[in-house]
Design a protein around this ligand. Structure first.
Ligand code: PLP
Ligand code: ZN
Length: 412
């Protein structure tokens, strides 16, 4: 395998056992825990000055802090996304600075590309021919794109509630798409997960690129924090607000913040804030009650139109909650109406396009500022995980509802 110098292997987050990445490909062989890439940071021959000399063209510019060598990468130029100043939002929020990390600039329009780039690289290193996963939508589309790039077959399982764009592009990239049947309304991510698990049982040779089943999705997401810290001259912001579903990006970014602090590139961790929709907020509930893990939300109680964060049973919640506590961040839930209004406010006040799911970070940041968590000197980063045009139907429908509500008020 073409691994990097500092990558020492995979470590189980539950039993602590270390494994050889050649043979341990997914969950812990001993206890089925999540495997996490480990590094000997003393072997990292890289400094911020070296990075300054490299073109800002993809996440692979941080390859020394990733498991696989740049030459091995299955890449579409993912990452290297802009960090855009949002003065109107800063004014409205009454904080020092608001910056939006715009992951909509990725090849398939979301941050999922970073994780799929690394996971598909691992699949190729392990000699896989077919990859498979279930997803809320965007990761499925990204998996289809990276599989096409690597000349692998992809099997993607999505719930019926996934967006039209995500379903369509999965097939446009040539993947085999299964959409699970509606059950009492739309089917949910758990239904897609069960269909995927049944298919995996029938196809032992399929290589999973599913969240926290492969050790490499959260690892790829580390690069979001590396980039934004570099874009801030290695000065940690006062908060990163992240629309949290399975927590892959949040856990990955926190890991990167720990690593660069250990390397001495930054002085502080980055306070991480999980933003969820009130209609599906298991992480916020657990954070507020001080629990170490979440209580699953029953499928028939999921009540949000934000597909990417309609994740009722995030298996890695202990890692998310650890990250929130260790980084001195927090968690916040806002209603769908607040979330969709926030998407429209960003589009109108700043000209930037944020997806419906992603706007939970914006409405969440407003709520945190309102509650005094962020103050007038603080720098707040909003993680826009995906492009607004991934969710046009939901955003346009909300505009329509606002028009109807406004007309109702006029007529009263
Ligand atoms: C646009 C978008 N934002 C956020 C998320 C949640 O991601 P995570 O699993 O990292 O919490 C998703 C997941 O599907 C997504 O598609
Ligand atoms: Zn284990």
């Amino acid at each position: 395998m073409e691994t990097t110098d500092a990558f020492t292997g995979l470590s189980c987050v539950d039993c602590g056992e270390a494994f050889d990445p050649e043979t341990a490909t997914h969950r812990c062989p001993d206890c089925d825990g999540i495997l996490d890439p480990a590094y000997d940071l003393d072997r990292i021959d890289l400094a911020p000055e070296d990075l300054a000399d490299r073109p800002f063209e993809s996440m692979w510019r941080y390859a020394e802090l990733l498991p696989f060598a740049r030459d091995a990468a299955v890449s579409l130029g993912e990452g290297a996304t802009p960090l855009v100043e949002c003065p109107a939002l800063a004014d409205a929020m009454d904080v020092g600075r608001v910056l939006l990390k715009d992951e909509g600039a990725n090849p398939t329009g979301t941050f999922k590309d970073r994780g799929q780039s690394l996971a598909t690289t691992a699949a190729r290193q392990h000699g896989a021919e077919e990859v498979a996963l279930n997803s809320a939508g965007n990761a499925g589309q990204a998996a289809a794109a990276y599989a096409a790039r690597a000349d692998l077959d992809a099997h993607v399982f999505l719930p019926s509630r996934a967006g039209f764009t995500q379903k369509a592009m999965t097939e446009v990239h040539g993947a085999d798409l299964t959409v699970t049947d509606p059950v009492d309304g739309d089917s949910q991510i758990g239904d897609a997960g069960r269909a995927y698990a049944a298919a995996m049982a029938d196809h032992p040779d399929w290589y999973s690129t599913k969240t926290f089943v492969t050790p490499y999705r959260h690892e790829g997401k580390k690069t979001m924090a590396l980039e934004l810290l570099e874009q801030l001259d290695w000065e940690a912001p006062d908060g990163v607000v992240y629309p949290t579903g399975g927590g892959v990006g949040l856990v990955g970014m926190h890991k990167a913040a720990r690593e660069v602090r250990e390397l001495g590139w930054t002085d502080e961790l980055v306070p991480m804030y999980a933003a969820q929709a009130a209609g599906c907020a298991p992480v916020v509930d657990a954070s507020e009650s001080g629990a170490d893990r979440h209580e699953p939300v029953p499928d028939d109680e999921i009540d949000t139109a934000c597909n990417g964060i309609a994740i009722p049973d995030p298996g890695a919640s202990p890692l998310i909650l650890d990250a929130l506590r260790e980084s001195d961040g927090g968690a916040v839930a806002t209603t769908d109406r607040e979330i969709f209004d926030a998407a429209i406010e960003v589009a109108r006040a700043e000209g930037l396009e944020v997806g419906a799911t992603c706007a939970a970070a914006v409405s969440g940041a407003f709520a945190l500022a309102e509650s005094g968590e962020f103050g007038p000197d603080d720098t707040v980063v909003l993680l826009n995980t995906g492009a607004g045009n991934k969710d046009v139907d939901a955003l346009r429908a909300h505009l329509g509802e606002r028009e109807v509500a406004a007309e109702g008020e006029v007529n009263e």
